[in-house]
Structures are given as structure tokens and as C-alpha cells.
Ligand binder design. Structure first.
Ligand code: SAM
Ligand code: CA
Length: 234
């Protein structure tokens, strides 16, 4: 079991080779050039592991297309991989409210956003997500108005974000949560998990249980990237 705590990697697939195969064969050949650029710029960031896994991004893009999403919201922008992916996928008159406390990371990806000519779709809000969401909820027009939401910020708040998303996303809309398998640690005995991973492991374990019992959404947890859970608002 000791090896489990040291085998933390971004892909949860059976082997790193299998993930590499998937990326090289199916994901990277179809990844837009400017998204590749965001990925490369982000690789210089000390916290580059935070960026959304490209194979999860490909599924998110498919969901956006399948639902004809136009009005979207993202919590947790970082340098903008999922943001640029979303902005490139939704129509030219689509809109994304993108919330993050960290403007510096967002500005790292901003030259790519300008180059991709997608800045007009993005409303970046530098704020703690909970207060930004509560502000959105104060305006009745926002309720039930979003087609799609991607949640990828502090794991401790996922349940609070969920309650707010259920108010903001329309019936038939999609809410996606990232990192719901937390590097595979959710299935490891606690004593095998690195101390630094334990708090979020616990938040995610609780969130997964909570979502499994939530009859307001239909769900599916997909073991790609770091695990994503797709919720369809009923
Ligand atoms: N989706 C991003 C991507 O594809 O690169 C990765 C997001 S990263 C995992 C998490 C982000 O959430 C960080 O940029 C962090 O600043 C932000 N964050 C953490 N806690 C937050 C909070 N309470 N409110 C707003 N943003 C928060
Ligand atoms: Ca993530």
C-alpha cells in the first residue's frame, strides 16, 4: 500500500502509458492550437498541476456542444485552460462568468484570450466565489438562466457551490465538478494518504456521498483526468 501514496499522478487510468496513449491518439490531435498554448504557458507555473486535464476538457467541450450551451459560469479559472476551452466552444454571442480570487494567474493566460478573439465572451470576476455567487443570486434574472457550470475551486466549498448552482443553472442544464476522485485518494486507506492531501480527500469523500443522494440532479462520475462528476439539473 505504501506505493499508493507516492503514485499520485494526474491521470487515474490503469497506467501512465494508457493515459499517454489516450492523450496522444485522441486528445492532443484535436486540441485547438491556442489551448495548447495555454497548456504550455501554464507548464511554467509552479502550480501547473492545477490546470484541467486535457482529456477532461475534451469531454467538457462535448457536453457544451451537446447542450448548445451559451450562458455559462466557471468557478476556479487559474491560468484559463477550462475557460479558453469553454470560450472557444460556445457560440460567438455566448457568455462566461469566470470567478477566481487570483487575477495574476488569469493574466498569465490573458494574451492567449486576446489572440483567440474570445475576450468579449468573458466576464472575469476577481472575488471569493461564494460572495460573487450570492451577488448573482440577488438578481432574479440570473436564477435558472445558466446552461452550464464548471466548478474547480476550493473543494471545501463544493457543497455550498452546489446549492447556489442549483439556483443559477436551468432545469436541463449541466453542472460539472472537477477532481471528484482526488488523485485516487478517495479509495485509499487514510494512513496511506499524504498529510497534505487529507483535508481535500475528506471534503471530496463527503461531497461524493452527498451528490449520490441528491435527487435534484442525475449524475455520472467519469474516471478521467482527476475524476469529474457530471450533474444534469432535473
Ligand atoms: N479550471 C482551472 C484550469 O483549467 O486551469 C483550474 C482551477 S485551479 C484548480 C483552482 C482555482 O480556484 C485557483 O486559481 C484558485 O485561485 C481558485 N480559488 C480557490 N478558492 C477560491 C475561492 N474561494 N473563490 C474563488 N476562487 C478560488
Ligand atoms: Ca481541477
Amino acid at each position: 500500500m505504501a506505493s499508493l501514496s507516492t503514485s499520485i499522478s494526474k491521470g487515474l487510468l490503469h497506467s501512465p502509458e494508457l493515459r499517454e496513449y489516450m492523450l496522444e491518439t485522441v486528445v492532443y490531435p484535436r486540441e485547438p492550437e491556442l489551448l495548447k498554448e495555454i497548456r504550455l504557458i501554464t507548464s511554467n507555473h509552479p502550480r501547473c498541476l492545477m490546470a484541467t486535464a486535457p482529456e477532461a476538457g475534451q469531454l467538457i467541450a462535448l457536453l457544451l456542444k451537446l447542450t448548445n450551451a451559451k450562458k455559462t459560469i466557471e468557478i476556479g479559472v487559474f491560468t484559463g485552460y477550462s475557460l479558453v476551452l469553454t470560450a472557444l466552444t460556445i457560440p460567438d454571442d455566448g457568455k462566461i462568468i469566470a470567478i477566481d480570487i487570483d487575477r495574476d494567474a488569469y493574466e498569465m493566460g490573458l494574451p492567449i484570450i486576446k489572440k483567440a478573439n474570445i475576450e468579449h465572451k468573458i466576464n472575469f470576476i476577481q472575488s471569493s466565489a461564494l460572495s460573487a455567487l450570492d451577488e448573482l443570486l440577488n438578481k432574479n434574472d440570473n436564477r435558472g438562466s445558466f446552461d452550464f457550470a464548471f466548478i474547480d475551486a476550493d473543494k471545501v466549498s463544493y457543497q455550498k457551490y452546489h446549492e447556489r448552482m442549483l439556483e443559477l443553472v436551468k432545469v436541463g442544464g449541466i453542472i460539472v465538478y472537477d477532481n471528484t476522485l482526488w488523485f485516487g485518494t478517495v479509495a485509499m486507506p487514510e494512513e496511506c494518504v499524504k498529510e497534505t492531501m487529507k483535508p481535500n480527500r475528506q471534503h471530496i469523500i463527503e461531497f461524493n456521498k452527498f451528490l449520490a443522494a441528491d435527487t435534484r440532479v442525475q449524475i455520472s462520475q467519469v474516471p478521467i483526468g482527476d475524476g469529474i462528476t457530471i450533474c444534469w439539473r432535473l
